[in-house]
Design a protein around this ligand. Structure first.
Ligand code: CA
Length: 227
C-alpha cells in the first residue's frame, strides 16, 4: 500500500484515476492545481505522484521543478498524445516516468508497480548497514543495538554511520573530521574524542573494554563486530 497523490484538473479523469488507484490498494489523495500539489508534497510523506502536465496554474515543467525543490518523491507525468517535447523536458526536470493519455488502469498499474519496485516503494528507501548486532538505518537516521534503539545526537549518528559503512577499517581522525564534521583538520582531536566517548557510552561500552568502537592509538577509530 502506497500513498499516491493525483494531480489532475479534469474532474472526470481525476475521479477515474482515484477510483483505479484505490482499487489497486493505494491510499489516494487528489488535487487539481500545481500549487495544491506542492503544498501536499511539502507537508505529506508521499510514495508517488501522478502529475498531469496540463494544469491551469503552472505548466508541467515548472510544476515539476518546484516539486523537486520540496520532495524526492517518484513522479509519473501524464501527458496528452503527441506532446513528445513536453515529455522530454519533464523527464529532464525530474520526472521518473510518463504515461500517455488516454491510458488503461492496467497500464497505469504496471507503470506504478515498476516504478515503486525501482524506488523501493517508499519516498525514503531504507538503506540499512549491519555490523554484528548493530544496525544503522541511513535513510531513517536511526540505529539499534540488538533490539534497543540508540538515542543518538546528529553528530553521534553521523560518526556511527560513517564508521559502520567501513567496518573493520581504521579511519583516521583527519578523515572523520573532514567527512563527519565537514571541517578542515587542524590537529584538534578533542571534538572527535568527546563524541566518540559519548557514542561509546550509548553503545554500552568503555574505552578500556570496547566491543564495537575501538580507538586505534595515534591514528583514529575503527568499528567492528565483536569477535
Ligand atoms: Ca489537464
Amino acid at each position: 500500500m502506497s500513498k499516491v497523490l493525483v494531480v489532475e484538473d479534469d474532474p472526470v479523469v481525476q475521479a477515474a484515476l482515484v477510483h483505479a488507484l484505490t482499487d489497486l490498494g493505494h491510499v489516494v489523495q487528489a488535487v487539481g492545481t500545481a500549487v495544491a500539489a506542492l503544498r501536499e508534497a511539502g507537508t505529506n510523506e508521499l510514495d508517488l505522484v501522478i502529475l498531469d502536465l496540463g494544469l491551469p496554474d503552472l505548466d508541467g515543467v515548472a510544476a515539476l521543478r518546484m516539486l523537486r525543490g520540496v520532495s524526492n518523491v517518484p513522479v509519473i507525468v501524464a501527458t496528452a498524445r503527441g506532446a513528445e517535447n513536453s515529455v522530454v523536458s519533464t523527464l529532464n526536470a525530474g520526472a521518473d516516468d510518463y504515461i500517455v493519455k488516454p491510458f488503461s488502469s492496467e497500464h497505469l498499474a504496471a507503470r506504478i508497480n515498476a516504478l515503486l519496485r525501482r524506488t523501493g516503494g517508499s519516498a525514503a528507501p531504507s538503506e540499512v548497514v549491519v555490523v554484528g548486532d548493530l544496525s544503522v538505518d541511513l535513510a531513517q537516521r536511526s540505529a539499534t543495538l540488538g533490539d534497543c534503539p540508540l538515542a543518538l545526537s546528529r553528530r553521534e549518528f553521523d560518526l556511527l554511520a560513517y564508521l559502520a559503512q567501513r567496518p573493520g577499517r581504521v579511519i583516521s581522525r583527519r578523515e572523520l573530521i573532514q567527512a563527519v564534521w565537514g571541517h578542515p583538520y587542524v590537529g584538534d582531536d578533542k571534538t572527535i574524542d568527546v563524541h566518540a566517548s559519548w557514542l561509546r557510552r550509548k553503545l554500552g561500552e568503555t574505552a578500556a573494554h570496547p566491543r564495537y568502537l575501538h580507538t586505534v592509538r595515534g591514528v583514529g577509530f575503527k568499528l567492528a563486530a565483536p569477535e
